[in-house]
Design a protein around this ligand. Structure first.
Ligand code: GLU
Length: 424
């Protein structure tokens, strides 16, 4: 097989490529389909110049990668992080294709990003950069073509600026160009918490399947306290379990009796991070990941569960709220150990894009749903997908990740074969 060239050279791209190749082999995927799905359909690199507060102009690299749109418009988040590059964004776009297909959304896979640390920008700089990036990709995206959403380092406000810039350039309001935007401009109720909520719905299914008691003795550890990690923490505590440790960029905190969600939120409001939080002890990232617990939720970034950590894990369920948190080597170690139940990223964190899909449908119809209905529909889709992956994995004697990838890839492949090849 021909090796891919240097522009894709990125650890996450290698990881998703290797996973794709293994799943494709198991599926005996058609050769032509294999070579088409191995790389994105289209990738756009842009230079994003924007004015700093001191009047000077800075230029940063931006990307939008469209992996596959066989099932519907390209869909996926927009990431602001210093590690963003073509390989990483392409890998994340590919994961979006499998994720959307797995949970039966009529959407394809995409991802975008800017190589920058947004915490170092003022609000004005963040806004100017976002608007210029949107202008640079304006002809590449569209409500029927490619619909961005939040990802790491972006939020509802950033989506509002994308929506406004896109609308200004077209001369009228086009809310359906992005999802994950504020409710006041056409966002959906429940979208902000959707990814964390979906993670918890999957965990509840796993807890039932594994016959684990769900009570105050059920210990949960969460790495990352951003949009996804904090929503998951809130809901896990509400469902009766105790969250014994969480971490953010400043480090981790640990309290064996359980942490209080409201107090942590209030502390962050005042101090920006959890550093120095009084009702817990400080704990290092590696120690946190290796704590004895029933549920471990990596909700930060890729490659946090390394081979070394995989050997020391003491959790029963590993729910991948982040995209690609488990390295390839770690994955092999976890499979060999056989005592950890993995809910893979494409399933565990699909709640975000599921409610993004609801948001897009509501915008297109100009008809908005109640939050209860949104959460119920999310639960139906994600718990159904969980059961399908669980049963398929048992039936095929494979792990949950391979099961989820095979189901997603198979669906895209069948759709491609059914549509046929253009121009023939
Ligand atoms: N960024 C999220 C993800 O990785 C959500 C994407 C979306 O809603 O389009 O799944």
């Amino acid at each position: 097989m021909k090796k891919l060239t240097a522009e894709w050279d990125n650890p996450l791209f290698t990881q998703v490529q290797t996973q794709f190749e293994a799943a494709a082999q198991k599926l005996s995927l058609d050769d032509n389909i294999f070579y088409r799905l191995r790389v994105p359909d289209k990738a756009l690199m842009v230079s994003v110049p924007f004015r700093n507060d001191d009047g000077s102009i800075r230029v940063v690299p931006g990307y939008r990668v469209q992996h596959n749109d066989t099932l519907g418009p390209y869909k996926g988040g927009l990431r602001y992080h210093p590690n963003v590059n073509l390989g990483e964004v392409s890998a994340l776009a590919m994961l979006m294709t499998w994720k959307c297909a797995l949970v039966n959304l009529p959407l394809g896979g995409a991802k975008g990003g800017i190589q920058i640390d947004p915490s170092l920008l003022s609000r004005g700089e963040l806004q100017r950069m976002t608007r210029r990036y949107t202008a640079e990709i304006v002809n590449f995206i569209g409500p029927e073509v490619d619909i961005p959403a939040p990802d790491m380092g972006t939020n509802e406000q950033v989506m509002a600026w994308v929506m406004d810039t896109y609308s200004q350039l077209h001369g009228y309001a086009i809310p359906e160009i992005v999802t994950g935007k504020p409710v006041i401009i056409g966002g959906s109720l429940g979208r902000k918490e959707a990814t964390g909520r979906g993670v918890v719905y999957c965990i509840m299914e796993a807890i039932k399947t594994l016959n684990i008691n769900l009570d105050h003795k059920t210990r949960v550890v969460i790495q990352g306290f951003g949009n996804v990690g904090s929503a998951a923490a809130k809901k896990m505590i509400k469902s009766g379990t105790k969250v014994i440790a969480v971490s953010d960029v400043s480090g981790g905190i640990y309290n064996a009796d359980g942490l209080d969600y409201g107090n942590m939120r209030a502390y962050i409001e005042k101090n920006r991070t959890l550093e120095g939080y009084p009702e817990a002890d400080a704990i290092k990232n590696e120690e946190l990941l290796c704590l004895e617990c029933e549920v471990l939720i990596p909700a930060a970034t890729e490659d946090t569960i390394t081979a070394d950590i995989a050997r020391k894990l003491k959790c029963r369920i590993l729910a991948e709220a982040a995209n690609g948190p488990t390295s390839l080597e770690a994955d092999v170690i976890i499979q060999d150990r056989g005592d950890i139940y993995v809910i893979p990223d494409v399933l565990a964190n699909a709640g975000g894009v599921i409610v993004s899909y609801f948001e897009w449908v509501q915008d297109l119809q100009n008809l908005f749903w109640k939050e209860k209905e949104i959460n119920h529909r999310l639960w139906e889709i994600i718990s159904g997908a969980f059961q399908t992956v669980h049963e398929f994995s048992i039936d095929q004697k494979i792990d949950m990740r391979m099961g989820a990838l095979m189901l997603g890839i198979q669906k895209v492949s069948q759709a491609m074969l059914t549509r046929g090849f253009y121009p023939g």
